[in-house]
Design a protein around this ligand. Structure first.
Ligand code: ZN
Length: 689
């Protein structure tokens, strides 16, 4: 599984504490050496923004570790063509046309039409193909067919992807409906009910087969009594040959072989500089899997991978997630090269170590406290490179492997991508959201200084001591039975409240994980502002809160507002027809958070469904539609990108003969240039596979 940060939630402010994925915690800003000058935002077009991320700690790696990172990065990028072809069978041909135009066209690059062409091309590069990375719908160009023909005709013929005997005009005629007709191959993954999802989806996982045929094929193979089943269909395209269903396996010697051979080449180099025997064995198994396409090998590899816990560097590389296939069998190529985030790991360990103190000092009733509490150890990684389906749009958390039996019998790795989250937070500081919705200059200043760390600490405590805290009374069932549909909203509220209660506690200053209580105040400002105002930007007019995390945040903020009303703890401020919220008394707000935590723990411990219903329905669900309209109007004027993605760091090896002497890491600034560079350096597949 991978957790993505999507839509307007990617607006930044306080992002870390607000991720809808629960399994994440984040890195803090120390170690981000160039923080003050580092420019996070690199490009903005259509509904997209491209950001840059730093790789703190890379320079402290040993020469051997850097060499390993370099080989794994090269391996990652060598699979880039695969994701393009998997998404849609014409993607590589179209990309080659775009590249040829950029490199050889003499067209006026200042004209309106050219700008439209460039925006279209950047959107295509962002999505690894001509369908929107999130909506899955075809991206429609804003220039017309005449201009397209002009551009293609003006490009160097030798660079165009022409079939044998095909003229440039024939190529243009072939591409016209593909690019300009919204009805042709409109959606790459179509999950609509009551249709053939395999036939309706324009992805390149199947050809000439129906959903029924595919399902019958696997039904005949799968043994329901097998306790260690392979992931059927994971690494192949399914086609019909001479009336028979066949899997074209993605392996050396099979489909995508030219790219996979390169991946294997670099992985084999990585084997020679592995940090330890377990990592070496893991990488060797991955190589064997790519060479044979054997899905049993893939399982063996995954088991070795979950057991590789001592290495500083780690890599995800393969056909991993199945979201791209409407029936969830075939996996998209992706790679994430990373290293352990030592700073965040230290911070989380410090919090976990004090778990008993936090439990003993919690405002919940004594009989609901755990006598012996163990903090959950969350893991944070620093990303060095992402490729394939993981780039430019990236997950913020990864939980693998996907095979259930391996997870149960051998465990799994669940990590959050610390430096990616950090980049989102940094982008949030300059986001117009803060200026528009913060009530005062003081709040803005505090947010810029502390919101990033506050968000990190909130997430850490939510995960490490929040969910782990408290106990259920003897004889009371699990919350999913007792609290039913309110269980997850209240569980998230409980974990949030533990974090909120302690983020304003001097204990954290004493522990050295935050400099002052100002961090806690920044967190309170943001939490209340988001719970009552800014999270409304994610709703449409007429809607109320549905999603569990959103309900939880509104519940906490609204309850605190109502209960503190008499003492003006939180105040709605109206200015020039705009609504703001202001926290007037942080200490009283902390007491309110403590009181609500105690009540929600009681509800969970006693399984009090009636109280759960009252609490969530009274505070967590209903939205003032007039306020919603105001907030939406203000938000729409800001022109904030709905989706964000990332440029990738560039690793360069300084060679001494055949040996890597040193590896340099730079962070490029130009998205389009990087994409064109990737196209030149890592293009190994023909445009027809
Ligand atoms: Zn949670």
């Amino acid at each position: 599984m991978s957790f993505k940060l999507n839509h307007s939630l990617a607006m930044g402010i306080l992002a870390a504490g607000l991720f809808s994925a629960c399994n994440n915690s984040t890195t803090k800003e120390s170690g981000q050496t160039t923080e003050s000058t580092f420019k996070v935002s690199a490009d903005r077009f259509a509904d997209l923004e491209v950001l840059r991320y730093e790789v703190p700690g890379f320079n402290e790696l040993s020469a051997q570790q850097k060499e390993l990172a370099y080989y794994l990065t090269e391996a990652a990028l060598c699979g880039r063509d695969i994701i393009w072809d998997q998404k849609y069978k014409h993607n590589l041909r179209i990309r080659k046309v775009l590249e040829a135009v950029f490199e050889t066209s003499k067209a006026d690059r200042k004209s309106d039409n050219w700008k439209k062409f460039e925006t279209y091309a950047k959107r295509v590069f962002f999505s690894n193909g001509i369908h929107h990375h999130y909506s899955n719908l075809k991206i429609m160009p804003e220039f017309d067919q005449t201009y397209f023909a002009e551009l293609v005709n003006g490009a160097d013929v030798a660079q165009l992807p022409l079939d044998e005997g095909q003229s440039v005009d024939q190529l243009i005629a072939m591409l016209n409906p593909v690019l300009f007709d919204a009805k042709v191959d409109n959606k790459i993954v179509d999950l609509a009910s009551g249709i053939d999802n395999v036939v309706a989806s324009a992805n390149n996982f199947y050809e000439g087969v129906t959903q029924q045929e595919v399902e019958a094929y696997y039904a005949g193979k799968i043994d329901a009594t097998d306790t260690t089943p392979i992931s059927w269909g994971l690494n192949s395209k399914m086609v019909k040959e001479n009336g028979k269903l066949t899997e074209k396996v993605w392996k050396v010697g099979g489909m995508y072989s030219p790219a996979i051979e390169k991946i294997v080449y670099w992985l084999e180099k990585a084997v020679t500089v592995a940090e330890n025997d377990q990592q070496k064995k893991t990488l060797q198994l991955l190589v064997e899997y790519y060479k044979t396409g054997d899905l049993k090998k893939w399982d063996e590899y995954n088991i070795a991978w979950v057991n590789d816990v001592n290495s500083r560097l780690d890599v995800v590389n393969g056909f991993i997630e199945v979201y791209g296939d409407a029936i969830g069998k075939r996996a998209s190529y992706e790679s994430v090269v990373s290293m352990k985030d030592m700073e965040a790991t230290k911070r989380i360990a410090a919090i976990a170590k004090e778990a008993q103190w936090f439990e003993d000092n919690s405002p919940i009733q004594p009989n609901h406290k755990k006598k012996e509490v163990k903090g959950i150890t969350a893991k944070v990684i620093t990303v060095i490179q992402e490729a394939g389906d993981a780039a430019p749009s990236t997950p913020i958390g990864i939980n693998l492997p996907n095979a259930n039996w391996i997870r149960q019998q051998h465990g799994s790795k669940s990590v959050s991508l610390g430096n990616i989250v950090h980049a989102y937070n940094e982008a949030g500081k300059t986001s117009p959201m803060l200026k528009e919705f913060a009530v005062s200059e003081e709040q803005i200043k505090r947010a810029k200084e502390f919101a990033s760390l506050a968000g990190d600490l909130h997430t850490d405590m939510h995960e490490v001591i929040g969910h782990a805290s408290g106990q259920i009374n003897k004889g009371v069932g699990d919350p999913d039975q007792t609290l039913k549909n309110y269980a997850s909203t209240l569980e998230e509220a409980r974990a949030d409240l533990v974090a909120l209660y302690y983020v304003l506690d001097n204990k954290l200053v004493e522990m050295g994980v935050m400099p002052s209580l100002e961090v806690g105040k920044a967190e309170y400002d943001n939490y209340i502002m988001n719970g009552l105002i800014t999270q409304l930007t994610r709703l449409n007019l007429g809607e109320h809160m549905e999603e569990a995390h959103m309900r939880n945040r509104q519940l906490v903020a609204k309850w605190a507002y109502e209960k503190g009303k008499a003492e003006n703890v939180i105040e709605y401020v109206k200015r020039d027809g705009k609504t703001y919220v202001k926290v007037n008394d942080y200490d009283k707000l902390r007491k309110l958070f403590g009181a609500l935590l105690s009540e929600i723990q009681r509800i969970k411990s006693e399984g009090d469904f009636k109280a759960a219903t009252d609490l969530v329905e009274s505070y967590g669900v209903k939205v003032d539609q007039e306020l919603l309209k105001e907030v939406k109007d203000r938000f729409n004027k800001l022109n904030v990108a709905a989706y964000k993605g990332f440029l990738q760091p560039q690793l360069t090896a300084e060679m001494e003969g055949e040996k890597v002497k040193n590896v340099k890491l730079e962070i490029p600034e130009n998205f389009l240039e990087q994409q064109l560079y990737f196209g030149k350096k890592y293009s190994f597949l023909p445009y027809k596979n």
